[in-house]
Design a protein around this ligand. Structure first.
Ligand code: SF4
Length: 350
């Protein structure tokens, strides 16, 4: 899968563009007045190796919160700004390394000259993030794809006229086809890195399916330099989903893969519960390892032999196996903890 060649630059300590790995981002989903809640969510996102975190900055109070959050994480924070250029200038002065601007909500492009100078002074970049739901009325005669496209191009040309090119483009709709077509079109017209995902994709199940289809189809065409799986669910789910998409397409290696059996009448343990618990623990691991959770020792060890390491559940005891060979028998009490000890040991010895 060849990636589209793009401009590349840094967002703090993370590179974006075709010279760098595809990054994963999510967004804080806590009120900005709840500083402790925001910090806790950031710590959770650090644990699961999120690359970039977006934070809404809707008012002056949010600026104070942004400043505290930024001092307490190594992950670059992206300030999400709507309606106010003034907040954009101020958050850049606080050291934000990236701004997300939606041109539909910030139509007064006369302010972009000052914005560019603040971006340059602070070595920061910007995402022009256009959403189909918030396009300026002046584009209403165009079809859905061209509305998003033209709105992006018009805003982009203003930044380019001021000699600014550290720009990420994001063109989103809740429609898979509209999103794909708009992204394909702009990818042919420019060489800027692309932020890919759907907007308002839905709750967990619906959002995961639709986002996976849209993001995968773009990534398979080489389009996409940073991924956000937007869900009406926790940011941890968003990161996990993005990791799974990238891992499944062979675009990210340092992520565990988890397989589990569908269960049947031979099943001896609660595979669903066990695999969910192990999946949660694996999210903190940034290594290339394939893990199997199987419902019975009789067939499970053989069926899971492609995995590096697996567990096949028995009634009271379960079997740990490495590449299809039994290596231990453990009690079902405390089995997640014991199995994870085997996983860590396996990774240390590897
Ligand atoms: S591993 Fe065992 S329990 Fe799971 S589907 Fe296969 S036969 Fe059934």
């Amino acid at each position: 899968m060849d990636r589209r060649i793009t401009r590349s630059f840094k967002i703090g300590n993370i590179g974006i563009g075709s010279n760098y790995p595809i990054s994963i981002q999510s967004m804080l989903k806590v009120q900005n007045t709840d500083v402790e809640g925001c910090l806790n969510q950031i710590k959770e996102l650090e644990k699961v190796h999120c690359d970039l975190i977006r934070v809404s900055v809707p008012d002056e109070q949010s600026l104070k919160t942004f400043e505290i959050l930024q001092k307490n994480t190594y992950i670059p924070l992206i300030a999400d700004i709507h309606y106010s250029y003034d907040l954009a200038y101020k958050v850049l002065e606080l050291g934000a390394k990236k701004i997300r601007m939606n041109p539909g909500n910030m139509p007064n492009f006369a302010n972009i000259e000052k914005l560019v100078s603040e971006l340059k002074n602070n070595h920061a970049c910007i995402r022009i993030g256009v959403n189909s739901g918030s396009i300026n009325k002046s584009y209403e005669n165009l079809n859905e794809v061209d509305k998003i496209l033209q709105s992006t191009l018009d805003c982009l040309s203003v930044f380019e006229n001021f000699g600014f090119h550290d720009i990420v483009l994001g063109l989103k709709s809740s429609s898979i086809e509209t999103t794909i077509e708009a992204n394909e079109k702009i990818a042919k017209l420019t060489d800027y890195p692309m932020h890919v995902g759907l907007t308002e994709s839905g709750p967990l199940r619906e959002g995961l399916v639709k986002s996976t289809i849209a993001i995968s189809r773009l990534l398979e065409k080489g389009i996409g330099d940073t991924v956000r799986v937007s869900l009406s669910s926790s940011p941890i789910e968003e990161v996990n989903a993005a990791k799974t998409i990238l891992k499944s397409l062979g675009l990210k290696k340092d992520v565990p893969e988890l397989v589990s059996c569908p269960t049947c009448a031979r099943t001896k343990i609660d595979v669903q519960l066990l695999s969910e618990k192990i999946e949660k623990r694996l999210m903190e691991i940034d290594k290339n390892v394939k893990i199997a959770v199987m419902g019975c020792p009789l067939n499970g060890i053989d069926e899971g032999k492609d995995a590096d390491l697996g567990i096949a559940g028995g009634e009271k005891e379960s079997i740990i196996f490495v590449k299809g060979k039994q290596v231990a028998r453990i009690s079902n009490e405390n089995m997640v903890e014991e199995f994870m000890n085997f996983v860590h040991k396996y990774l240390e010895d590897k």
